[in-house]
Design a binder for this molecule. Structure first.
Ligand SMILES: [Zn+2]
Length: 113
């Protein structure tokens, strides 16, 4: 199952996002454990999110599935989040622990747009 980047349309595999995407980020063991076990990025100003942004990812919420910009996005100043991006952030944050539920919600949300 893929999630589509709301900014550029690139498709990203949900399993990759949840389990592999942060593999090359510069994180300590505690941060890796938090991502592995909970899939949570921490606060918007925290190290994990800053490290994610350094690799081209911008997340709308704590969930790894809440990305609103990806490395495939064309370089641009941070735009305001679109309605779709906000919806993703809200859904992913609410159900971040249940991968299948988040994916279903996001797919339904994107289909409505
Ligand atoms: Zn993108």
């Amino acid at each position: 199952m893929d999630l589509v980047c709301p900014s550029c349309g690139e498709a990203w595999d949900v399993h990759h996002m949840r389990h592999d995407v942060w593999g090359e980020w510069d994180l300590n063991e505690l941060q890796r454990t938090e991502l592995k076990e909970n899939g949570r990025l921490g606060t918007a100003t925290g190290w994990i999110r800053r490290e994610a942004e350094r690799h081209g990812w911008v997340f709308g919420a704590e969930s790894l599935l809440s990305f609103v910009r990806c490395p495939s996005c064309p370089p641009a100043p941070a735009a305001e989040l679109s309605g779709t991006a906000l919806k993703i952030a809200i859904f992913a944050n609410a159900d971040g622990d249940d991968e299948a539920a988040v994916t279903a919600l996001l797919s339904a949300g994107l289909a409505v747009e």
